[in-house]
Design a protein around this ligand. Structure first.
Ligand SMILES: CC(C)(COP(=O)(O)OP(=O)(O)OC[C@H]1O[C@@H](n2cnc3c(N)ncnc32)[C@H](O)[C@@H]1OP(=O)(O)O)[C@@H](O)C(=O)NCCC(=O)NCCS
Length: 172
């Protein structure tokens, strides 16, 4: 039987984060501004530092999905020090063989509940305009497109949409 569970990562779990993040960048290069080429050069100390939210002056949450104990999905929520009313979602990824099972929705719902508890009023994220699966996923939870398009990364032909979710009034 397939058993899905969610795990909030701490600094000691940096190796799980490294594993999933590098898998995601290698699998879905057009979905992220960061690249596998760059991130694969990070030292283990730098991976661990990514989870040190106090040093980075952010309120962050990295959550992974586990299928029968095996890490297969990742999401990151962040509230930056200077903008306590709004939060951001980054690094959403589900391994190809476990897509379409509702795991992306579960991870997003977890981050939305966390952000609401932290008194955030609005969540935002960026999605590549050609990424229909991600656009539909975010729309299914009430996100809508807002603002101008941006380059995915410097010199990329791909563009991203900002998507916004107002969580101040809605129940999750
Ligand atoms: C986008 C992604 C995270 C979706 O994760 P997932 O676990 O497969 O999504 P879910 O099973 O939770 O799907 C929830 C809803 O999203 C939409 N959706 C998901 N995949 C879809 C697809 N391939 N086509 C159309 N709609 C899709 C549907 O509305 C779906 O609800 P339904 O199954 O009731 O129709 C996953 O495809 C992925 O990791 N893609 C590569 C990385 C990426 O693009 N990350 C996003 C960066 S912004």
């Amino acid at each position: 039987m397939n058993n899905i569970s969610l795990k909030v990562l701490t600094k000691n779990d940096w190796h799980i984060y490294k594993l999933l993040r590098l898998q995601s960048l290698s699998d879905s290069p057009d979905s992220f501004g960061a690249t596998f080429e760059h991130e694969s050069t990070l030292t283990n100390k730098e991976w661990s530092a990514r989870l040190d939210y106090v040093a980075r002056k952010i309120n962050g949450l990295l959550v992974v999905a586990l299928l029968n104990g095996r890490p297969i999905g990742l999401i990151c929520g962040a509230i930056h020090a200077q903008e306590d009313q709004s939060g951001h979602i980054y690094q959403m990824w589900i391994s190809p063989e476990t897509r379409g099972l509702g795991i992306g929705q579960q991870l997003l719902t977890h981050i939305i509940s966390w952000a609401k508890n932290e008194h955030v009023k609005q969540l935002s994220l960026a999605v590549t305009t050609t990424n229909i699966a991600a656009l539909k996923l975010y729309q299914s939870l009430g996100f809508h497109e807002e603002g101008d398009l941006s380059e995915l990364r410097v010199n990329s032909k791909l563009q991203t949409h900002s998507m916004i979710l107002d969580i101040s009034t809605t129940e999750y």
